[in-house]
Structures are given as structure tokens and as C-alpha cells.
Design a protein around this ligand. Structure first.
Ligand code: SF4
Length: 88
């Protein structure tokens, strides 16, 4: 799967269609044409790339095992401020 701006640490979400790149300061689309990441891509912290996120289904819903109590979580959920986050 190719990485998208949306998954990059430098992506700043603006609305449901686009964001801004903190490196280039340009607008970038969330999906569709032009949404592929550039060579400066840095993986953003998200539940889906945490070691403590397991058993993801086809919708990206899985189980978080990194906090006191296990609970469901979305793979796309931002985890930059999560104390249980552990990059894969
Ligand atoms: S992939 Fe490149 S252009 Fe896209 S947000 Fe990240 S640094 Fe910016």
C-alpha cells in the first residue's frame, strides 16, 4: 500500500478534503489524485502502527492493549499524545 500525505507526520488537517504540508506549506489532498506521499514522508503516530494495536478487522477497527484496560480503537486514530503508543 502506498503511503499518503494523510499518514504523514507533516500533514496538518484543514477540512474533509485537504490538508497542508508543514514542509512545503502547500495544500495536499486527503485522497484521490495527488494524495501519494513524497520522499520526505515521516510516518505519523496512529493506533494502526502501534505495537499495542491488534486484531484489526477489514474496517480498521481493532483492539488497543497498551493502556490499563483493553478497548476497541480505530487504526486511523491519531496517537501522538498517547502514553501507551509504541511504534512498530
Ligand atoms: S508526504 Fe511530503 S508533501 Fe506530503 S505531508 Fe509529508 S512531507 Fe509533506
Amino acid at each position: 500500500m502506498s503511503m499518503r500525505h494523510y499518514d504523514c507526520k507533516n500533514y496538518i488537517n484543514l477540512d474533509c478534503e485537504k490538508g497542508m504540508c508543514a514542509v512545503s506549506k502547500g495544500f495536499v489532498p486527503i485522497d484521490g489524485e495527488g494524495s501519494q506521499a513524497c520522499p520526505q514522508f515521516k510516518q505519523a503516530e496512529k493506533c494502526g502502527n502501534c505495537k499495542n494495536f491488534i486484531n484489526s478487522d477489514k474496517y480498521g477497527v481493532g483492539t488497543c492493549t497498551g493502556l490499563e484496560k483493553e478497548n476497541w480503537a480505530y487504526a486511523t486514530c491519531g496517537a501522538f499524545a498517547c502514553r501507551g503508543y509504541a511504534a512498530k
